[in-house]
Design a protein around this ligand. Structure first.
Ligand SMILES: C=C1C[C@]23C[C@@]1(O)CC[C@H]2[C@@]12CCC[C@@](C)(C(=O)O1)[C@H]2[C@@H]3C(=O)O
Ligand code: AKG
Ligand code: FE2
Length: 356
């Protein structure tokens, strides 16, 4: 049976030959990166101040958190969490190690280039082949330990990078499992019926699929013509995202409001619903389209942790035993099969498994 990384390899989604632009050496936005002629409305539609809708903020230390999570997932497919238990020091360390990597000359970063068929390493965003322009973005994907790539880059200085990234993944995995349990409870699934992710978290069950993606959006001479990360939904169950403070960039598409800015809130993490939670909630919690725009003077970074079920897990709408429950909208699909479908058809994967 194909492994998850083979599922990726057998798809057209392997732009390993496409290397990020050397952003440090360009003075203007090249034609290849100019989204000007594209039909996408690049700029935000919300007002600069005043009426702009804003993402729900959930305090995980508050006993009301459970009550707030369902409505936030339903209305936004995204929310911010505070009191999440991940220390500011660890987050600062992740930022500074990511900055240490992205500030290297292009030639040095290339030593960590994603290999053909590999999921991890330095490169352009995986969604790149679905758009006819390139993004103002470079990424470093970490699956487990980043040791092999980090050692190529810093033969004598890789340890700190690895320690920090591994520690952050551990803490974010625990947080993702806590969040998922909360979300499943909010769907009305009694705690004792939640076998997974509990079994994964506590009983050494099959490992969940996870990845940490370090995103870098260099400052851009003409941000109105460039796109940081084009609109997409995340594939797994949920994503926990940290955006460095003080620099706007993330936007979410909200029905009736257009693109809404997700202003970084000091100490908060952004959580977003991925396609697999969309399926499990039978469409009640939508995986939302989001994107990142770039800034003229600031180099922006974000760190996205993707959390999904084990590769062989069959993702399906969870019957909630409620007589008025809507008919099930999706057929079951394994994680591996879904990733394969999405890699071939970015926008059509969900509709591909829709049964009504
Ligand atoms: C685990 C993963 C989710 C991701 C594909 C990947 O293998 C590693 C990178 C992730 C990312 C980050 C940018 C947006 C995104 C859609 C992409 O192209 O690569 C996500 C992928 C995803 O959620 O499918
Ligand atoms: O940089 C951001 O704020 C968004 C990143 C993102 O959407 C992703 O990595 O999937
Ligand atoms: Fe995303």
């Amino acid at each position: 049976m194909a492994t998850l990384s083979e599922a990726y390899r057998n798809t057209p989604l392997h732009p390993h030959h496409i290397i990020p632009l050397d952003f440090q050496s360009v003075e203007r936005v090249p034609e290849s990166h100019s989204w000007q002629d594209d039909s996408l409305p690049l700029r935000i539609q919300s007002p600069e101040s005043g009426e702009e809708a804003s993402l729900p903020i959930i305090d995980l230390g508050d006993s009301e958190a459970l009550k707030m999570v369902g409505p936030a997932c339903e209305a936004w497919g995204m929310f911010q969490v505070i009191n999440h238990g991940i220390s500011t020091t660890l987050i600062r360390d992740v930022e500074s190690e990511a900055r240490r990597f992205f500030s290297l000359p292009a030639k040095e970063k290339m030593k960590a280039l994603r290999s053909p068929g590999g999921a991890a390493g330095y490169g352009v965003a995986r969604i790149t082949p679905f758009f006819n322009k390139f993004m103002w973005h470079e990424g470093f994907t970490i699956v487990g330990s980043p040791m092999d790539h980090a050692r190529e880059v810093w033969p004598h200085g890789y340890r700190r990078f690895c320690e920090v990234m591994e520690e952050y993944q551990k803490k974010t995995k625990d947080l993702s499992e806590r969040l998922l349990i909360l979300i499943l409870k909010s769907l009305g699934i009694p705690e004792e019926h939640i076998e997974w992710p509990r079994s994964a978290a506590y009983q050494g069950g099959p490992a969940p699929c996870t990845a940490l993606q370090l995103n870098s959006y260099p400052s851009c001479p003409d941000p109105a013509r460039a796109m940081g990360l084009a609109q997409h939904t995340d594939s797994f169950l949920l994503t926990v995202l940290h955006q460095v403070s003080g620099i706007n960039g993330l936007q979410v598409l909200k029905e009736g409001a257009g693109w809404v800015r997700v202003v970084p809130l000091e100490g908060a993490l952004v959580v977003n619903v991925g396609d697999m939670l969309h399926i499990m909630s039978n469409g009640l919690f939508p995986s939302v389209l989001h994107r990142a725009v770039v800034d003229k003077t600031s180099h922006r970074m974000s760190m996205a942790y993707f959390y999904g079920p084990p590769a062989d897990y069959r993702v399906a709408p969870i019957p909630r035993g409620c007589p008025s429950q809507a008919p099930l909208q999706f057929r079951p699909v394994t994680v591996r099969e879904y990733i394969e479908m999405k890699a071939k058809n970015l926008d059509g994967a969900l509709s591909g498994i829709r049964v009504r």
